[in-house]
Design a protein around this ligand. Structure first.
Ligand SMILES: Cc1ncc(COP(=O)(O)O)c(C=O)c1O
Length: 447
């Protein structure tokens, strides 16, 4: 009986899939906040290298993965596709549950897929140093690993609540040679301003992004790297879905439901996007994006132009948003605490291709514990959301023999403090008050 499917190194995809040209009704372009006109690569070139900007704007369906990037990806890729038979048995369901295990990367999550590519294109264009933000610490660890491979310096602004809760993420980034600071920090103008105004803030990804952008904009040797949301990140993550398609074929199965947790949307879109052409040709697939009830950008936010950060330094992106100055509560799924959502995922929701759902953190930890006790791997709190979604799908009608594929975006071995809090009853469910969302949505930029 098949438990897992492992591809050989030479079966790893050699091209990424770009979903943008296949999106029904396309994407609206990023806008320059000053002129409200579409923003071209000239202006964005101050913070991103041309190689990545070309990918950001590309209408090519397939883009070659450079050999240097492939070589590093092969340290852990192709990643396994696993049939969660023990979980199925525990649930008493006839559904077949598969997960793509991105937790096998050296830093423990899918984030490394894009970090390696981003470090490569920056190094190729002579950049010496990258600045970035990190929520849960997964992206910061990934970029620390990748910059080390390409001899770049790296500065990570880590959201304060995670910085305090996850000391070993910091150690990991230091091991790879990065410089880490708690955000909001004293190192940037915007950081100092927020610390003065809100001394007790838990921090937020939107704040850390502002700090990292200010850092990159103020130095000639530095560019900025973003771990989710943007088209080029989702391009790099498409390797997940491309591999999964081959593996599902070897398993002799095809997914009826595809799920992932949604923070900025990159792991979910990475798995789901390569299935879009099949869907458009008539294959019946249900795409389910799972978000936390405490930061519900897809289910309670608005599709609008908004900034990606608090200090309004990014271009305006057309995306599902809760408002750029929305500061989510310090729930433990740090990587899901973002006010916006990838324009690609937002467009797929707009076209009714993706069904978003929101779940509470206690049911997610419960799902994560069940997963650990059945399949053996302890999931990251973010990943617990995807598992909860898969369990909802698998138990809605236990006699329906459908096939469910979800993205296991990362392991939780460095998140055990969150599990401790769960076990000691310190975690609570939290619905973000609708009136607070309405207030921050009222401050959306006027287009
Ligand atoms: C393990 C894990 N899963 C999911 C996410 C959410 O990000 P995205 O929606 O871009 O995949 C994060 C972000 O930090 C993460 O660390």
């Amino acid at each position: 009986m098949m438990k897992k499917i492992i591809l050989r190194d030479d079966q790893m995809p050699t091209q990424w899939y770009n979903v943008v040209p296949d999106l029904p009704n396309g994407l609206l372009p990023p806008l320059d906040p000053e002129t409200k006109e579409p923003m071209g690569p000239e202006k964005l070139g101050a913070v991103f290298p041309m190689g990545l900007l070309e990918q950001e704007m590309s209408q090519e369906r397939f883009i070659d993965i450079p050999d240097e990037v492939q070589e590093i990806l092969k340290i852990w890729r192709p990643s396994p596709l696993v049939r969660a038979r023990n979980l199925e048995k525990a649930l008493g369901t006839k559904a077949r549950i598969y997960f793509k295990n991105e937790g096998v990367s050296p830093v423990g999550s899918h984030k490394l897929n894009s970090a390696v590519a981003q470090a490569y294109y920056n190094a190729r264009e002579g950049v010496k140093r990258l600045s970035t933000e990190t929520g849960a610490g997964q992206w910061g660890s990934a970029l620390s690993f990748a910059t080390n491979k390409f001899n770049l310096d790296c500065k990570v602004y880590m959201v304060r609540v995670s910085f305090d809760q996850k000391p070993y993420r910091k150690s990991m980034m230091q091991t790879y040679g990065a410089d880490i600071v708690s955000s909001p920090s004293e190192d940037t103008h915007i950081g100092r301003q927020i610390r003065e105004e809100y001394p007790d803030t838990a921090g937020a990804l939107g704040i850390a992004i502002s700090e990292a952008l200010e850092d990159a904009a103020s130095r000639d040797d530095t560019k900025y790297a973003l771990g989710s949301v943007l088209n080029h990140v989702i391009l790099h993550q498409s390797i997940i879905g491309l591999e999964a398609k081959k593996q599902m074929e070897i398993a002799g199965d095809y997914p009826d439901v595809i799920l992932g947790c949604c923070g900025g949307g990159s792991n979910f879109a990475g798995l789901a996007a390569p299935y879009l052409p099949d869907y458009l040709e008539g294959k019946k697939i249900r795409f389910v994006g799972v978000e936390p009830a405490s930061c519900p950008s897809l289910t309670m936010g608005k599709l609008a132009y908004d900034f990606g950060d608090v200090a309004q330094m990014t271009p305006l992106l057309n995306m599902h948003t809760l408002g750029h100055d929305f500061i989510p509560p310090g729930i433990h799924a740090g990587g899901l605490r973002y006010h916006g959502m990838a324009p690609i995922v937002s467009a797929m929701v707009r076209e009714n291709i993706i069904d978003p759902i929101r779940v509470h953190q206690l049911e997610c930890f419960e799902a994560g514990v069940l997963f650990a006790r059945t399949e053996g791997i302890i999931p990251a709190p973010e990943t617990c959301h995807a598992i909860r979604g898969a369990i909802i799908e698998a138990t809605r009608d236990k006699d329906e023999p459908k096939s469910i594929l979800f993205n296991f975006s990362g392991h939780g071995l460095i998140d055990m403090a969150s599990y401790d809090k769960y076990f000691s009853g310190e975690l609570h469910n939290y619905d973000y008050p609708a009136e607070d969302i309405a207030k921050s949505l009222a401050r959306l930029p006027k287009i």
